[in-house]
Design a protein around this ligand. Structure first.
Ligand SMILES: [Zn+2]
Length: 436
């Protein structure tokens, strides 16, 4: 099986490639980067990428696929269909399923189910503690053998500093990155939105920025003490970004990700009490959003991740106080990155691609991903920076509909997604071409 992606503009930060090139995929792998004049290799199918950007396949470090246990919200099949429609060739599956992915049997189930039903590559992330309850370490070594790529208790913080220290020492022994959900629950308890002027005005209980900042500072210090690789998930506050900046200056193996909603929306969006503005960490005030944008610009932020968190409409129909935290995000992320970051001049195209491919592959140590080097997996994301499109949630591939971005028109989007050499999403002709 040969596929030539012809006449595109290829950007691969891992090789310093930034120019007109043809890309040849063969048997699911990258076979060669060719000059545009080299012609079509024998037997190759041709994808004409004239006017498009060709990038290493995008990797989302933070996705809740909900299977096993919450298939009424999402499945590995529907979640990865949404992923490829959003340009993501790989997703890292958070462990807060039912049962929690805290042992190799659950890890193996996810991998086998993905082999049967997934359009994107699925990399399971294991729990730090059993049941993510914070009391007893999970079976990291056995899970690593079964295929996990990192550990986290995401959805919950590891409250005890002593437990986090032991987790980091243990994870370091297995060469696993520890992914940190930063939230000091003694500060955030009962809160449903960012604590500030808007929470006062709306009469909703607030979550102070310090809840995130305290844990970020604590765990950067623990990373220094233990030498573990630490990745801070969905960072949303100025102070946490400052902690990451300082850790990096000291040469610590600390990285962080941000989500599209935290660079796009402020806590003002909660006015009207739409539960699709309720997520954890919450939408922050303008000062924090500006800090996120500044950290995207100056390189403090390593990765863009969605924190795709589907919930059933009945759950999101509850009152603001009662509804669960989380929004979907796989299909809107790249459009929001183009529209709010690239076209506004915050970051360049190469940096966008690095945030979505090369850096995530490095952070979770995914060999042969996030690059178009010869021999790497044939995962490719094809982008049109000038595509103007409107997100219509009724056509979402996700099982859930909980997004604040329904009806938004953005400039820049995904044209095609290729996983292991096979076209799994094509904007214009889908779904006819899918699965051929
Ligand atoms: Zn989280």
């Amino acid at each position: 099986m040969r596929l030539l992606i012809a006449n595109g503009y290829l950007i691969d930060p891992t090789q310093g490639v930034n120019g007109g090139k043809n890309l040849l995929l063969e048997n699911g792998r990258v076979a060669a980067l060719l000059s545009r004049g080299d012609g079509v290799p024998e037997g190759a199918e041709v994808f004409d990428a004239t006017g498009f950007i060709v990038a290493p396949g995008f990797i989302d470090l933070h996705v809740h696929l909900r299977e096993p246990g919450h298939e009424y919200k999402e499945t590995i099949g529907t979640g990865t269909a949404a992923a490829v429609a959003g340009g993501w060739t790989s997703v890292c599956a958070m462990p807060n399923t039912d049962p929690v992915n805290d042992n190799p049997a659950v890890t193996r189930f996810i991998i086998e189910q993905a082999e049967r039903t997934a359009l994107a590559n699925v990399f399971p992330v294991g729990a730090i503690t059993k049941g993510s309850k914070g009391a007893e370490l999970a079976e990291m070594g056995e899970m690593k053998q079964a295929g996990i790529v990192a550990v986290t208790d995401d959805g919950r913080p590891v409250s005890s500093a002593g437990m986090m220290r032991r987790a980091m020492e243990y994870a370091r022994g297995f060469d696993l990155t520890v992914v940190d959900h930063c939230e000091d629950r003694t500060l955030s308890a009962g809160g449903v939105m960012h604590e500030g002027d808007w929470s006062l005005r709306l009469g909703l209980r607030g979550i102070p920025a310090l809840a995130e900042e305290m844990d970020a500072m604590r765990d950067c210090a623990l990373a220094e003490m233990t030498g573990a690789r630490l990745h801070l998930a969905h960072i949303s506050t100025r102070g946490a970004l400052e902690a990451v900046r300082r850790a990096k200056e000291r040469g610590l193996p600390v990285s962080c990700e941000v989500t599209p909603h935290h660079w796009t929306l402020t806590d003002g969006a909660v006015e009207g009490y739409d539960t699709n503005t309720k997520m954890n960490p919450p939408l922050r005030s303008r000062d924090h959003v500006e800090a996120v944008i500044e950290a995207l610009r100056d390189g403090t932020i390593d990765a863009a991740a969605t924190d795709h968190a589907p919930h059933h409409p009945d759950e999101k129909a509850l009152e603001y106080d009662q509804s669960p935290f989380g929004i979907t995000g796989l299909e809107t992320a790249i459009g929001l990155a183009f529209d709010r970051l690239v076209h506004t001049g915050v970051i360049g195209l190469e940096r966008l691609i690095e945030l979505c491919s090369a850096n995530p592959a490095r952070i979770f140590n995914l060999p042969d991903r996030g690059t178009l080097r010869e021999g790497a997996w044939g995962d490719v994301t094809i982008l049109d920076p000038d595509l103007e499109w409107t997100f219509d949630v009724s056509r979402s591939k996700s099982k859930s509909r909980n997004t604040p971005f329904d009806g938004w028109t953005v400039r820049g989007g995904v044209v095609a997604t290729i996983v292991r050499g096979r076209i799994v999403y094509l904007r214009d002709e889908e779904p006819s071409i899918v699965g051929r």
